[in-house]
Design a protein around this ligand. Structure first.
Ligand SMILES: [Zn+2]
Length: 403
């Protein structure tokens, strides 16, 4: 996905708002029709029927006809996906939510299923031509590669275009290295090379800006005894809410950008990347830290802090996997249990070796940053696991297998 900021003129932004309105109303109307036909008359309205209805409606209603056809078709497709997910969950015996009507606040995106047909860029990629809107100026940046599906979306008062691109896999040169990545207790992640990955250079500053906007919003909000806001529509409050939303967006962007860069460095640096196999560790960690043995790291591991770190690590691991795939690097999933208690020199396993941020082996005295020590162990296990997998693959068929 390639995302570019758009600078529509006021009139163009109004056209885009209009297209959002019409597509949203279409979605709600199509949903309502299906719902009513079923509850009142037990009739199933099909996609094909609704497709024909859209065609008829376009012939009659100029407002409706003004919106690019494929954007409306995409709405129908989106509704289909919603229903398919709903019926799948019904079938699996889960408790599904019926597809819901979309309020304005939750409909911010126009989809162009064949974006390359609909959106035309000029040679220098300074402008993009959006059907029904005109030529909209683009932020200068990296070149937009060939794309298929595309989106135009509004977020906190600003407009963006996203282009779905097929990237050609590009193998990176071999480095002969194996790297282990650990989900850190004190930082987001640590690598066996000793790199600690946190919230980035500007993380703390941006976080402070967010909380100052939060305080400003609280100051202008009027609340009743139950904490419900009484002046939601007050212009001053709306402006403060938007400033807070933008600050949060900026912080999230900076964090994601930092993770992209860190993931890129890791993928570039090693041929084989060891990552913990997910579910296993998550369970043992929370149980270990809190119930069985409330160890020293409990505070850091528990509560909100841990939830945030875990969510961040999930994103980070997904980025590494994605980049590794394009670069023809190998990702090995490792059982990470006790990796944080294992010595990097003598392999002695003991929970007492972990002393807050330091690892200090009770058997041989080796010391290291605790999270880096765990990453080293994960790297070691990844290498071991890979060698055993390779030798397994090379083993010739035995007579038993051949028979
Ligand atoms: Zn040791």
């Amino acid at each position: 996905m390639h995302r570019v900021r758009l600078y529509p003129k006021r009139s163009q932004a109004e056209r885009l708002e209009f297209m959002l309105d019409v597509t949203r109303q279409t979605y709600n109307a199509l949903l309502d029709e299906r719902r009513y036909a079923w509850t009142a008359r037990r009739i199933r309205v099909t996609t094909k029927m609704q497709y024909a209805e859209i065609t008829a409606l376009r012939a009659e209603d100029s407002r409706f006809a003004a919106v690019y056809r494929e954007c409306v078709d995409a709405v129908l497709h989106r509704l289909d996906l919603g229903f398919a997910a709903f019926f799948r969950r019904v079938k699996n015996g889960e408790t599904p939510g019926y597809p819901r009507f979309k309020p304005k606040a939750r409909w911010k995106q126009l989809e162009f299923p064949h974006g390359d047909r609909a959106l035309k860029l000029d040679q220098e990629q300074k402008w993009v031509r959006i059907p029904g809107v005109g030529t909209v100026r683009l932020r200068k940046g990296r070149a937009i590669p060939d794309f298929g599906r595309a989106f135009v979306a509004e977020k906190n008062g600003r407009w963006w275009a996203s282009f779905e691109c097929e990237r050609e896999p590009k193998a990176l040169p071999k480095t002969g290295k194996v790297v282990g990545i650990d989900r850190g207790v004190h930082v987001l992640a640590a690598t066996s090379e000793g790199v600690l990955i946190g919230n980035g250079q500007h993380g703390e500053r941006l976080r402070r800006i967010v909380s100052s906007h939060q305080r400003a919003l609280d100051a202008v909000s009027v609340k009743d005894a139950k904490g419900r806001c009484l002046n939601r529509r007050d212009p001053g409050r709306i402006a403060a809410a938007r400033r807070l939303a933008r600050a949060k967006e900026r912080e999230a962007n900076a964090r994601l950008d930092g993770l992209h860069k860190a993931a890129h460095k890791i993928v570039k640096s090693a041929d084989v990347i060891g990552l913990e196999a997910l579910d296993v560790r998550a369970m043992t960690r929370s149980a270990k830290g809190t119930i069985e043995k409330p160890g020293r790291n409990v505070a850091a591991k528990s509560g909100l802090n841990r939830v945030m770190l875990d969510a961040g690590f999930g994103t980070f691991a997904a980025l590494i996997r994605e980049k590794a795939e394009y670069a023809a690097r190998e990702v090995v999933s490792v059982d990470a249990r006790y990796s944080s208690q294992t010595c990097g020199r003598c392999l002695h396993v003991d929970p007492k070796s972990r002393r807050r941020r330091r690892f200090c082996c009770v058997a041989c005295g080796w010391t290291c940053h605790a999270d880096v020590a765990a990453a080293l162990e994960i790297g070691r296990r990844a290498e071991k696991q890979r060698i055993s997998e390779l030798s397994w693959a090379r083993t010739p068929l035995t007579t038993h297998d051949a028979a």
